[in-house]
Design a protein around this ligand. Structure first.
Ligand SMILES: NC(=O)c1ccc[n+]([C@@H]2O[C@H](COP(=O)([O-])OP(=O)(O)OC[C@H]3O[C@@H](n4cnc5c(N)ncnc54)[C@H](O)[C@@H]3O)[C@@H](O)[C@H]2O)c1
Length: 375
């Protein structure tokens, strides 16, 4: 493992000293002191699409000392928001040992191989998505036991955990609740479904035959994300990528051949809603949560409905369809829409962006800036 620790500790040391609070209980790591009001937060996969938006959100929160981990180094702008950045592999035991010395109160475990990448490299996917998650869950339990309270562990799961057997069954089904059709067709969906179960087990039953039974040291919470669409980054490696690819291609003035049929339908969400959902679920009182895994929804268009919205913004957009039979089959096995009543009831989930607002207020204005001068 290559580790490249970049500590911005002088800032935090200075802050503690200036505020004269050295006599209060402090969280200490490797000689670094942070004020008692601050909490250590771990973000893995910090250099990915969700990580970018999450770190920018955390930059507005003066009470977080963020430790960011990714295989690839963060750019200086993102690193500047972090207490420390570590370049490493989440499936590497040496990294778990290094991270274990921080008193993390919240962990956002975003690092993963996504659906298309996992199908191409299933061995690597299993190691990163499952073994990496197991290692970090065990690490979180050790930290929770040490700091004397459950570590909140946020896990971004996915609609890929669903495996609807036929297109007719998909079209006939009402929006799926968390417990239906859990027979995923992909390595990625299987990895995520298993880790949903593993996180619940590690929180509630791990060590159930030992004297440690019942000790609350881990509080695992999972969100099943639909396809997320960001104005600022173009995804790679996912099977829902056709929506963001279509939008970004139109903004750049490029033709786009969509890899699914016009009638392909799955749920999507604007990135700010997805990141807000993670943060809201993390801060929800534990006693309000009746389950560990929640669906969240926003809008569920067909590919052609997305193309129509793209054409409204970019009348010259050239969208054609060239369905890839195997990627189409994966999309056909995912739900057409989700039932997110439990999230709305338990922690007040409410998307801010329907499709029209996502395009009008988030995607189009921000994408215009991103490609200003480049189209
Ligand atoms: N983006 C979506 O539409 C979507 C939907 C559902 C769930 N999710 C989940 O959200 C999480 C983040 O997704 P994203 O869209 O930001 O993905 P992404 O591919 O943009 O980012 C993933 C990041 O993880 C890093 N990574 C991969 N393997 C690693 C390893 N072994 N060690 C350390 N870092 C590693 C990558 O370098 C990358 O920066 C993933 O767990 C994904 O399954 C995403």
């Amino acid at each position: 493992m290559t580790t490249n620790v970049h500590l911005l500790q002088s800032f935090f040391d200075g802050l503690t000293h200036v505020q004269g609070i050295v006599s209060l209980p402090e969280r200490i790591h490797h000689g670094t002191t942070i004020p008692p009001s601050m909490k250590y937060t771990l973000v893995t996969g910090a250099n990915g699409e969700i990580g970018h938006t999450l770190l920018e959100e955390f930059a507005n929160d003066a009470n977080r000392a963020v430790v960011a981990v990714d295989l690839s180094p963060l750019g200086p702008d993102l690193a500047a928001h972090c207490h420390a950045t570590i370049q490493g592999d989440v499936s590497d035991p040496a990294l778990w040992a290094q991270l274990e010395s921080y008193d993390f109160e919240e962990i956002y475990h975003l690092a993963a191989l996504l659906s298309t990448s996992a199908e191409k490299r299933p061995d690597v996917a299993h190691n990163v998505n499952v073994n990496g998650t197991f290692g970090l869950l065990r690490m979180a339990r050790t930290i929770g036991a040490r700091i004397g309270k459950p570590v909140v562990f946020l896990f971004p799961s996915t609609i890929a955990v669903y495996g609807v057997p036929t297109l007719d069954a998909k079209n006939a089904a009402a929006p799926l609740t968390e417990g239906e059709f859990l027979t995923p067709h992909t390595m990625y969906g299987i990895n995520k479904l298993y880790c949903e179960q593993l996180g619940g087990y590690m929180s509630d039953r791990y060590g159930q035959l030992t004297d440690d039974a019942g000790k609350r040291v881990l509080d695992f919470r999972a969100l099943r994300f639909p396809g997320l669409i960001s104005a600022f980054t173009v995804p790679s490696g996912g099977t829902s990528d056709y929506a963001p690819e279509m939008i970004h291609a139109a903004a750049k003035g490029e033709a786009y051949a969509c890899f699914v049929r016009p009638d392909a339908k799955i749920p999507f969400m604007a990135m700010p809603d997805g990141v807000r959902a993670l943060i809201e679920l993390a801060s929800a009182p534990a006693e309000r949560l009746t389950q560990r895994v929640y669906n969240i929804g926003a809008f569920a268009p067909t590919a052609e409905e997305i193309a129509a919205e793209v054409r409204k913004a970019y009348p010259n957009a050239a969208v054609s369809y060239s369905p890839h039979p195997k990627r189409q089959a994966i999309i056909d096995s995912w739900c057409a829409d989700v039932d997110d009543a439990a999230a709305r009831r338990d922690w007040g989930w409410q998307p801010a962006y329907d499709m029209e607002r996502a395009f009008r207020d988030y995607l189009i204005p921000n994408i215009a800036e991103v490609y200003a001068g480049k189209a």
